[in-house]
Design a protein around this ligand. Structure first.
Ligand SMILES: C[S@@+](CC[C@H](N)C(=O)[O-])C[C@H]1O[C@@H](n2cnc3c(N)ncnc32)[C@H](O)[C@@H]1O
Length: 342
C-alpha cells in the first residue's frame, strides 16, 4: 500500500486513495465548489501545492472516474447533473493548471457529453440525492433526497441546513450521548440529524415536522435508508400542539432540533414545546441554531430563561472543526444549546 505510484512517482498509492476518498466524501455530500477542498479533508494543510499536483496524476484521474463518478453508489443516488458537471469542470481546470498535464480520455469524453446536456448557469429546482458519510471507511452513509433550492413549495424543510450538519457531526463525534437513547427530532426537515442518531446507536428515533411536503420527503428518506428505517418513525408534530408534545414526551430521552429557532414568530412555540416535553431532569434537548439574527437568537435564549423551569448552556460551534461531515465555511455562526429541566 505504501508503494510509490509508478506513473507520477511522487506519491504512494495510499496517498492517492486518501485523496480520492476525500474528494468522494465531499462530492457525495454535494459540497459547494466554492468550499470544496481539493486535498485531504482530514489534514490542516488541505490544499498544499503537493496535494494539488497529485490530482493530475493519470492514475488519480482514472480513480476519480472509477471510484467517484462511476461508483455504484453514485449511479444509484446521483448528485445533480449540474453538480457533477461543475465538479468535473473545476477538476479539469486544476489539472490544466499543472505543467505537462495530460487529461484522461474517459474524463474528457464524459465531461463533454455532460456539458452538452446540462445547464450550469442557473439552479434548476428539483430533487437530487446527497450522501452523508459517517465513517472513515465510507460504509456508514445517510442518503437523503433533497431540493436544490433553499425555499421550495413554501417551506425551508426540503434541504439540509448547516445547523443540521453541525448537529449530525456532533452526534457522530460523541455517539455515547445518543447510544441506547430514545430520540425525537423537532422540525426534522430532510432528517439528517435524526438519521445520524439512528446510525450512531439510538434505540429509536421519532422524526417529526408539521409540513405535509416535508413529512412526505422525510418518509421517503426513511425508506431509502434501509439499514436504519426500522429504528426511525416519521410523525406529524406541530409545536403548537402541546397535548401531542406532552404525549410524546413520556417516551423520550433526548430531544434534538436543528435550525428551528430562525423565526421570531415561531420561537415562542418552540420554547413552549420544549417546556412541555422536558418533564424530567434526565431528559436533554440539543438544539443547534444558525445565528443569522442576533436578536432572534437572544429571544430564544431569553424565552428559555423566562420559563423559570428550564436551564441552558450554549456552545459556540462556529470555529469547531467538523471531523465527520463536510462544512468548511458555515455561512452563519452556529451555536449548540443544551436545555434541561432544572
Ligand atoms: C430551517 S428548516 C430546518 C430543517 C432541518 N432541521 C435542517 O436543519 O436541515 C425548519 C423546519 O422547521 C419546521 N417547522 C417550522 N415551524 C414548525 C412548527 N410549528 N412545528 C413543527 N415544525 C415546524 C419546518 O417545517 C422546517 O422543516
Amino acid at each position: 500500500m505504501d508503494q510509490k505510484c509508478v506513473i507520477c512517482k511522487s506519491a504512494t498509492y495510499h496517498e492517492h486513495d486518501t485523496l480520492t476518498s476525500s474528494l468522494r466524501k465531499q462530492f457525495w455530500q454535494m459540497t459547494s465548489m466554492r468550499m470544496f477542498i481539493w486535498g485531504d479533508w482530514d489534514l490542516t494543510d488541505m490544499e498544499s501545492d503537493e496535494k494539488i499536483q497529485l490530482l493530475a496524476c493519470p492514475r488519480v484521474q482514472g480513480e476519480v472516474m472509477k471510484t467517484i463518478i462511476f461508483h455504484e453508489h453514485t449511479t444509484a443516488y446521483s448528485p445533480s447533473n449540474r453538480y457533477i458537471t461543475l465538479f468535473l469542470k473545476k477538476y479539469i481546470e486544476k489539472i490544466e493548471s499543472m505543467p505537462d498535464y495530460e487529461l484522461d480520455d474517459e474524463l474528457t469524453e464524459f465531461y463533454i457529453s455532460l456539458i452538452s446536456t446540462t445547464n450550469t448557469t442557473s439552479f434548476a429546482p428539483g430533487m437530487c440525492y446527497k450522501t452523508y458519510v459517517l465513517d472513515k471507511e465510507q460504509y456508514t452513509r445517510i442518503v437523503l433526497q433533497e431540493e436544490q433550492t433553499m425555499v421550495s413549495q413554501g417551506t425551508t424543510g426540503l434541504q439540509t441546513w448547516d445547523a443540521s450538519l453541525r448537529l449530525a457531526d456532533f452526534f457522530a463525534e460523541h455517539p455515547g450521548i445518543i447510544r441506547g437513547q430514545r430520540v425525537v427530532e423537532l422540525g426534522a426537515g430532510c432528517g439528517l440529524a435524526g438519521f445520524t442518531c439512528a446510525a450512531m446507536g439510538a434505540s429509536n428515533v421519532l422524526s417529526t415536522d408539521f409540513n405535509s411536503d416535508v413529512l412526505k420527503l422525510l418518509e421517503s428518506n426513511r425508506q431509502t435508508n434501509t439499514e436504519y428505517k426500522d429504528k426511525v418513525q416519521v410523525a406529524e408534530l406541530d409545536w403548537a400542539n402541546l397535548e401531542e408534545c406532552a404525549r410524546i414526551s413520556s417516551n423520550v430521552d433526548v430531544i434534538i432540533g436543528a435550525d428551528v429557532s430562525y423565526d421570531p414568530t415561531i420561537v415562542p412555540l418552540l420554547v413552549a414545546a420544549l417546556e412541555t416535553m422536558l418533564v424530567s431532569p434526565q431528559q436533554v434537548a440539543y438544539i443547534t441554531a444558525a445565528v443569522r439574527s442576533q436578536e432572534t437568537f437572544e429571544l430564544f435564549l431569553q424565552l428559555v430563561d423566562d420559563t423559570g423551569v428550564l436551564g441552558k448552556s450554549v456552545m459556540d460551534l462556529t470555529e469547531a472543526k467538523m471531523s465527520t461531515l463536510c462544512l468548511p465555511n458555515p455561512v452563519s455562526d452556529i451555536r449548540l444549546i443544551l436545555i434541561t429541566r432544572k
